[in-house]
Design a protein around this ligand. Structure first.
Ligand code: 5AD
Ligand code: SF4
Length: 464
């Protein structure tokens, strides 16, 4: 039996679980939920909190205060998995001293078949495990656990719509809204299609309704999420596209910004680029992961575009929207990447002038096509290439951010800055970090800031 989010409170299973919780939760039903990885995972974590809350749980940031520990994991790189296993290792002692505490594992790592075996063999103190599309099965798994199942798990794919009904959001002015799940692209290095399944788009009407409600509640930034948002709608029968969705959301009344991630360069057609430029509520920034600047490596990665095509997209945006900001993901050390191929990446970074890049050293993921590719490049060479890339990006960004000096930009204030007493930070439409002095009461509102200074990762200025 599957429980939908909206059924959690009323369901028979939930009632039985609640009885067990009263018997076994020594701390009064306190949960520690920690999400690793990307924003989609964080959004899933918020939904899981919603389910737990409807079962009566409160939350803590200290696992040693909890009755239930839930690690919502990431599998994108080996280091992410190592972090989870390290965290589990640290928790072993707490579980030994508090045997009634439940330890649960979910997220991308939990969806990998190899994980179940590893958990059974090396981490037998884990009680519950569930995959990325089985969030709604948590009450059922809690019940199975209390009824004696040593490792209660469910890694099946459920096709039900698991919306925001119960989502407990971290912020009261920034909200993420998943618009699709899964990925069909099978980039040769990437584990995501194996752990999050095929693309499933949510209906546009449901998304629009959800955003309308968030805006009515006062949310100022809506971040649309998906592994590849610009293939949104390909699986829908009504012909809806991501560009059309952006335009519909832009028509919602209210003072708010729309952002989205991530996009795939192969699907960034002019209909989408025009929508970004023309919709006043859509941030003038595009996160467009290029991965590398070498056409031969892009081919080995199965990316379906060339560096030249990528530059065309960049130029299209820059010609039509002055100062348009781009950010990217860049991977160094893909199997057998040569010095020449790496230099093509440096060349592209210099040419595009990204405001920001997220850089990764290639990490072998078993089950992917690239895991079988020969790789003679040494780890130290890969690290050296990474240092060269970061150095170049620092130089590029310092120059880049100077374009804002003297300009007044609108900023959504996010919090206190580490700059010092009285400093705040926020982000502009171009997703630039902006620091300035102001009162804390401005957090969660829009302000105008005149930019006076630029560094390689942020700008600063004065409140207008
Ligand atoms: N190794 C290193 N980085 C990876 N990414 C995805 N898979 C891997 C991997 N196997 C990076 C890509 C992607 C970002 C989310 O993570 O750059 O865009
Ligand atoms: Fe991690 Fe990728 Fe899964 Fe997000 S989708 S949680 S980044 S593996």
């Amino acid at each position: 039996m599957s429980i939908k989010a909206c059924d959690v409170k009323e369901s028979e299973i939930a009632n039985q679980v609640i009885k067990y919780l009263k018997m076994y939760c020594k701390k009064g039903a306190i949960a520690y939920v920690h999400s690793f990885g990307c924003q989609l995972n964080v959004s899933d974590g918020e939904k899981i909190k919603g389910i737990l809350s409807s079962l009566g749980f409160k939350f803590t940031d200290d696992y040693k205060e909890s009755d239930l520990i839930l690690l919502n994991t990431c599998a994108v790189r080996e280091s992410a998995e190592d972090t989870v296993y390290g965290t589990l290792g640290n928790m072993k002692k707490y579980k030994k001293e508090n045997p009634d505490v439940i330890i649960a594992l979910c997220g991308c790592m939990a969806s990998e078949p190899k994980t179940i075996e590893k958990i059974k063999n090396h981490y037998p103190f884990v009680d519950i495990l569930f995959g990325t599309s089985a969030l709604s099965q948590l009450p059922k798994l809690l019940l199975e656990h209390y009824e004696g199942n040593k490792l209660a798990y469910d890694t099946k794919e459920y096709n039900e719509e698991f919306g925001a009904d119960y989502q407990i959001r971290e912020s009261n002015f920034k909200a993420s809204v998943p618009i699709m799940f899964g990925c069909n692209n099978f980039c040769t290095y990437c584990i995501v299609p194996y752990v999050r399944g095929r693309e499933r788009s949510r209906s546009a009407d449901v998304i629009v309704h959800e955003v309308e409600e968030l805006v009515a509640k006062g949310y100022k930034e809506i971040m649309l999420l998906g592994q590849n948002v610009n293939s949104y709608g390909n699986d829908l029968k009504d012909g809806m596209t991501f560009a059309q969705l952006l335009r519909r959301l832009n028509d919602i009344d209210g003072d708010f910004w729309i952002r989205f991630m991530s996009s795939h360069p192969k699907d960034a057609g002019t209909d989408l680029l025009d929508a970004i430029i023309e919709c006043d509520k859509v941030g003038k920034h595009l996160h467009l992961p290029v991965q590398c600047g070498s056409n031969s490596v892009l081919k080995r990665m199965n990316r379906h575009y060339t560096a030249e095509k990528y530059l065309e997209t960049v130029n299209y945006l820059r010609e039509r929207s002055e100062g348009f900001a781009l950010s990217s993901d860049i991977m160094v050390g893909f199997p057998n990447e040569t010095e020449e191929e790496f230099c093509d990446t440096l060349k592209l970074v210099e040419e595009v002038k990204f405001d920001n890049i997220f850089t990764f050293i290639y990490s072998k993921r078993s089950g992917t096509v690239a895991a079988e590719m020969e790789d003679v490049t040494t780890d130290s060479e890969k690290r050296h290439r990474m240092e060269r890339l970061l150095k170049l990006q620092r130089e590029v960004a310092t120059e880049n951010y100077k374009r804002f000096i003297g300009k007044t930009v609108r900023v959504l204030v996010e919090g206190e800055s580490k700059q010092g007493e009285g400093w705040l930070f926020g982000k502009s439409s171009a997703y630039t970090i902006v620091e300035f002095k102001g009162y804390k009461s401005l957090i969660g509102t829009f302000v105008n800031v005149k930019i006076t200074d630029a560094r390689n990762w942020a700008v600063s200025g004065e409140l207008v």
